[in-house]
Design a protein around this ligand. Structure first.
Ligand code: CP
Ligand code: NVA
Length: 314
């Protein structure tokens, strides 16, 4: 499903927005965040740019951060959000994505969906007349990465020329990081066990943009002189039969020995939820180099910019 119904602003992947727009999102997010500093979290921004707008959020997988951050983002922009779980909506009883998209388009202003197969979100975008936003698929997690970029910039690290190192599973989050690398011009070192590399398509995208992407099975090599170290769960939602995978992942834990190889002011990111003791040691997770809760908070600020762009306000 490649062609889309119109030029509406779907956000299925970071490339749908492009580098200039991502930069504008980061700047807008920082401005809005600063303007509402200290306010009650549910109070609308002074300009309430999405007053009267409703976002439908569809979850075919579990979520804490994505669910709460999009809901709070809509409140802060003056709008509201409603949630459909696959278990309690007709989607769970087999109503098609196409019909769901067409019905929701008559009822709400935008749709955010978390699902498994990326083809489903493409189908949703194809049939919906309103913007569709990717709240995570098996292939990518672009909203997370807008928050990650915001967090990196807030911590004083310019994106162009950044050396970001990834450890563990070559998964959906890494795919969106590689897309971000292509758009925002930073290099990525990837340490994974053999067989768990990211999809070549995303590596090629970063290469084509002139970025250095290093694939290695040696975590120490990837960490050497890095600015940002990132990992994620070794087992993503929906993955099964993982016993062999866990054994292969063990040497890729982000721990103090690995952090010591990075720059002295390096920072640690994790999209959460974390499995402390597996992909990250407790020492690193709780250290002053860990900025994972700033990253989690920034999901709200980043999602606001994504929503504003999708609804033509940015
Ligand atoms: N990082 C993230 O997307 O978290 P949730 O699964 O809780 O939404
Ligand atoms: N890679 C993880 C990210 C969770 C936010 C998953 O897909 O489960």
């Amino acid at each position: 499903m490649t062609s889309r119904a119109s030029a509406k602003r779907d956000f299925l992947d970071l490339s749908d927005a492009g580098g200039d727009t991502i930069a504008a999102m980061l700047s807008d997010a920082q401005d809005r965040k600063a303007l509402r500093s200290g306010w009650p979290k549910g109070q609308a921004d002074a300009d309430a740019p999405l007053a009267g707008h409703v976002l439908a959020m569809i979850f075919e997988k579990n979520s804490t951060r994505t669910r709460v951050s999009f809901d709070m983002a809509m409140r802060q922009l003056g709008g509201t959000a409603l949630t459909l779980d696959s278990g309690t909506s007709q989607l769970g009883r087999g109503e098609s994505i196409a019909d769901t998209a067409r019905v929701l388009s008559r009822m709400v202003d935008a749709i955010m969906i978390r699902t498994d197969d990326h083809a489903k979100i493409e189908e949703m975008a194809h049939y919906a007349d309103v913007p569709v936003i990717n709240g995570l698929t098996d292939r990518s997690h672009p909203c997370q990465i807008v928050a990650d970029l915001l967090t990196i910039v807030e911590h004083g690290k310019p994106l162009p020329g950044l050396e970001l190192a990834w450890f563990g599973d070559g998964n959906n989050v890494l795919h969106s990081i590689l897309e971000a690398a292509a758009l925002m011009k930073f290099n990525v070192r990837i340490a994974t066990p053999a067989g768990f590399e990211p999809d070549q398509e995303f590596v090629a995208l970063a290469h084509a943009a002139g970025m250095l992407v290093t694939l290695t099975q040696d975590p120490a090599q990837a960490a050497e002189g890095a600015d940002i170290l990132v990992t994620d769960t070794w087992v993503s939602m929906g993955q099964e039969n993982v016993e062999n995978k866990l054994g292969a992942m063990a040497p890729y834990q982000v721990n103090s020995a690995l952090m010591a190889r990075a720059k002295s002011d390096a920072r640690f990111l994790h999209c959460l939820p974390a499995h402390v003791g597996d992909e990250v040691s407790a020492e690193v997770f709780e250290s002053s180099q860990s900025i994972v809760f700033d990253e989690a908070e920034n999901r709200i600020h980043a999602q606001k910019s994504v929503l504003l762009w999708s609804l033509g306000k940015l």
